[in-house]
Each structure stands twice: as C-alpha cells, then as structure tokens.
Ligand binder design. Structure first.
Ligand SMILES: C[S@@+](CC[C@H](N)C(=O)[O-])C[C@H]1O[C@@H](n2cnc3c(N)ncnc32)[C@H](O)[C@@H]1O
Length: 378
C-alpha cells in the first residue's frame, strides 16, 4: 500500500495528493484498499461493529418503516429497496427474513437491490444471501434515471466516503495535502484543489476563516456525499431516501471549538486518530454533516421529511415493546441478558442511539408523517 501511495504522489502535479485522494487509496484501492482487499472486518470481533452486528432487531424495525412507506405509494404494485454499502449483508438478511415472515404481501412487492463498491464484500454478501432470490447487485450505471419507486437507504455509508481536509491559515481557507518527504508521509497546507470547497461552505452558510475560528483550525469536507445525493435524487422517481450515520448539523460540526475535525480510525476494535498507520488495514471515517445533506437535497428536489436520533427512531418503531416482551416468560435468562444489552446499545444516546436518521422524499405528500419520526428533532 505504501508503494502505491508513494507512486501516486510522485506522479501527481507538485508531488502531492489531497487527503481525499489519500483516503480513497487506503480504503478503496482495487487490490490493496481496506474495503476492496477483503481485510475489512465488521462485527463484534472485528475492527468495528455496526447496528446490524448486534442482532436482527435493527433490520426488523427498519423493515417496519419500509412497510409503512410502501403504504404511501399505493398506486405502485412494486417497491424497490435499494441498500447502498451493504457491508457483511447482515442487514439485508434481517430485513428480508422478517418481511417474509411478518408481512408476506409486502415481501412479494419488494425488489431488493444492493449497490456495493467493494468486490470482496459483494462476494461475501452473495454468499450470505444466496437463499434470497429477490436480491440483485447493481451499480448506479445499471439503473436508469427516474426509475426507482421505493426507498434508497444506507447505514454508515457516508461516513466511509473519502473527505477533503481543510484548514484556516492567515484568514484563508487552505487544503491539507499528503506528500512524501524524508521517507515519511507528511501533511502540507496549500491552496484548495477545487472551488467546490468554497461552494460547500456557502451551501451550509459557514465561514471558518472568520475571527472566531482559531488559526490552524482543521476540519473535513465530504464533497462525495453531495455527488452521491445527486445520483440518488436522479435515480429516484417517487419515494424516500433514508440515511443513518453518525454526525451533526453544520453549526455543531463546524463549531469553533471542534478545531481538530472528526476523523477517526478503527483498527482491531481500537479507536485512534492517526490515518498514516496500518495502511490498507484500518477503517477511517469522518462524521456526517446532515445540514449539507438536507440543503443539497432541497436543491435536488428532495424534501426533508424528518431528522431524528436513531434511539428515538427505533423506539417509535417498537423497540420499547421488544424490551417489555423480554419479561413475558418466553426467554431464558442468558437470552434476556443478551437481548436486553443489544437493545440498549441500539438506543444508547452516547453510542449507536445518538446516530442521526434523515428521511428525505421525492414527490410524496409529506403531510403523512412517518412512524419512526414521531419523536422528530426538527
Ligand atoms: C462502514 S461499512 C457499513 C456497512 C453496513 N451498511 C453496515 O451497517 O454494517 C461501509 C460500506 O459502504 C461500502 N461503500 C463505501 N463507498 C461506497 C460507495 N461509493 N458505493 C457503494 N458502497 C460503498 C463499503 O464497501 C461498505 O460495505
């Protein structure tokens, strides 16, 4: 991986690459990148775990929300569920198993499509999901514009997109590049690589060059999230976009006191802030700016239906009933303890429960509010 990085740097103008290009290499290089090489390890024993690693409750409660969405699209007899970035395939298995058992009419309406960047994970997903004949794997190019009626959803996808790193120097916006100097990867701050970075800050109405931001303030900008939303809005004909991820609104994300940004690295369940070690062997994420998703969505014809926290969202969809049912005498003590712990983790406000859930819609009458948004943050 290091050789690939050095080679890319040396063949680039000015012998430097943006941090976003660097992050793209270490996570998504077709042979050596963390997600592409098969080294990615999601689960309780892995580098990190996600909500679906904790059991089937997360997928089952999400399935309830999808079912309700389909009731607002009565004129269509099929419902596309597009999962983007499906990881191990656990979530797809949980959603489809539950729908088949509990809501078989809706199950028959569903066409489940997975869009996945990593060839290694596609193989893993196809293996895990081989018993479900209604799943197809596609790329965005295979899907015509305005062809999707249903819901495009993701869990912890956008925080895995490569981000640009920017900084404030001499009252100007500068970008962090990665270079190879003195046999080391080093960061340098130079002029920004694209005016899209300025457009981004205009979109969210934040100016980090203002006096209240300290000199050398650093943060990240996820331009890819905006490109992604553009594709999503073009492909969606009628329906919803449901995005779950860790993040904040712009005023919190770009708060003057958050002067080191939000970049995190995960290696064998340890969490640290050095992106220049364990190259191609560790995950790297940056929190998501939900204001940017909402504002970009508005420009693209996606209306915000609601923004809430995962804990509130799952409670509104019935997680509380599941906790209460643990004392109905059907479970053994070890089962009760294990499930109670998993359910609590899903709603813990300092952990997964503090994730945000954003639901946007296209061509839907939003007067019909959705069950999961009953406890809305807006
Ligand atoms: C942090 S993992 C989350 C996996 C899963 N959603 C979960 O909750 O366990 C990020 C996933 O997004 C995929 N991914 C990253 N960029 C992508 C892109 N541009 N398009 C599709 N999938 C992508 C990764 O390969 C991986 O499957």
């Amino acid at each position: 991986m290091l050789e690939i990085i050095i080679d890319t740097i040396e063949n680039s103008p000015n012998q430097r690459i943006t941090f976003a290009d660097y992050m793209n290499l270490v996570l998504y290089h077709p042979e050596q990148g963390y997600y592409s090489s098969g080294k990615v390890n999601i689960g309780s024993e892995g580098d990190f775990f996600t909500a679906s690693s904790l059991g089937s409750d997360f997928g089952e409660l999400l399935a309830e929300q999808f079912k309700e969405m389909s009731e607002f699209l009565t004129y269509s007899d099929s419902f596309n569920l597009i999962e983007v970035g499906a990881g191990t395939g656990n979530l797809a298995a949980d959603i489809l198993t539950y729908l088949k058992e509990k809501h078989s009419n809706f199950y028959h309406q569903v066409h489940y499509i997975i869009i996945e960047e990593s060839q290694a994970l596609i193989k893993e997903q196809q293996n895990k999901l081989k018993d479900f004949d209604k799943i197809t794997w596609k790329s965005w190019q295979d899907i015509p514009k305005n062809s999707i009626t249903g819901c495009i959803f993701s869990n912890e996808l956008i925080d895995a997109f490569p981000v640009h790193k920017v900084t404030k120097q001499n009252k100007q916006l500068k970008e962090i590049y990665v270079t190879w100097q003195d046999n080391q990867l080093k960061e340098i701050a130079e002029e920004i690589s694209t005016p899209q970075l300025l457009d981004y800050f205009k979109l969210i109405d934040i100016d980090i060059t203002k006096d209240n931001y300290p000199e050398n303030y650093r943060t990240e900008v996820n331009l890819k999230a905006l490109d992604w939303l553009k594709i999503v809005s073009e492909k969606l004909n009628i329906g919803y976009v449901l995005t779950i991820d860790y993040g904040y609104d712009a005023s919190k994300y770009y708060h003057a006191q958050r002067y080191q940004g939000t970049l995190n690295c995960y290696y064998k369940h340890r969490h640290h802030h050095n992106p220049y070690v364990n190259l191609g062997e560790q995950d790297m994420t940056a929190h998501v700016d939900f204001t940017a998703l909402e504002k970009q969505g508005n420009l693209l014809g996606l209306e915000t239906v609601g923004l809430t926290q995962q804990g509130l969202f799952l409670m509104a969809l019935g997680l509380g009933d599941r906790l209460a049912a643990l004392s109905n005498g059907h479970y053994s003590l070890p089962q009760i303890l294990q499930r109670r712990d998993a359910l609590h983790q899903l709603i813990n406000p300092t952990g997964l429960g503090g994730f945000k859930v954003l639901i946007q819609s296209k061509k839907i009458d939003n007067n019909q509010s959705l069950k999961g948004l009953k406890e809305n943050l807006m």
